[in-house]
Ligand binder design. Sequence first.
Ligand code: ADP
Ligand code: MG
Length: 327
Amino acid sequence: MIAQSKKFDLKTKVVIVDEFKIISQYFERKVEDNSVRVGIGDDGAVLSPDRQKDLIAVVDSMVSAVHFPVWLSPADIGYRAVAINLSDVAAMGGTPRWMTLALTLVKPDSDWLEEFSSGLFAAAEEFNVALVGGDTTRGSEIIISVQILGDIERGSVLQRSGAEPGDGIYVSGTLGDASAGLSIKESGSPLTQASEFLVGRFQRPHPRVDLGRFLRTRATAAIDLSDGLFGDLEKLLSASELGGTIELDKLPLSKQMTQLVRRRDAIHFALAGGDDYELCFTASDPFINETDVPIQRIGTVSNDLGLSCTLDGNSYEFRNKGYRHFT
Ligand code: ADP
Ligand code: MG
């Protein structure tokens, strides 16, 4: 993933110089949402939150050299920037409502902006979020910072800290696909239908917003999986001041993954790979899944601090090397 985005350096036909033109042409769209009293165009956005609800605020920045590979299209970059924030709102059990976008561009190029904004709005429309403001600046690399505000019935937010001893540990979907796809793509091997699927899971993560809303009354704690299951689950357990065990043979793996990757490697992608944007949560028994999203029980919360793994009934030593920005 460590690659400078070159897309932007390509000589393109039009160079847009005016920041206000950029805003009006690519980002200002009609908002049909009564909760947006003032949107793009004034000094600030004015929003009317529901009085019965709590607000959830999340923000995530993507820096070109660190967070997106050179081959990722501007449309996917736009979609992803929104999706990874939606995933945080999902992990809190919230409903995403409004979004702001702070954009730093190296050399504003109309083709890039056209594609980027189409991807951004594809995600925004799919999940019903209105773009209500932002900031546009020039800098030495592309930085995309999306903030999303969501809401939730007062007092019912889902946190990392609520797990109880004896709870089951659950995950949604399949794990490891995105990082396996990234590694296949970057190895330069020709892509097959199965590896295209894995790469697609990196390009367009699907935030589990509906599942998160279902879980707000059923789960005791939740986190979204951005950095790899092992490290993210450790964060949930340590916030809950508890520990747990993962049974690695229970990890949900896609058929494309098992087709292309050896079992041990697949397990490592699932544990440490990151970029899955599935949800991991704890719940007391019995947990009954009333959603369409596949859910798998992968382990149990315990009183013993720390996270351990078993594979086929035997203890399995796993050393986590999750992604860290400053180490
Ligand atoms: P100010 O100087 O008061 O901060 P700007 O001139 O930077 O305002 O922005 C004008 C309007 O355009 C504001 O409403 C701002 O929120 C909005 N805006 C700026 N950049 C973006 C962007 N990338 N996406 C969406 N809205 C934006
Ligand atoms: Mg102002």
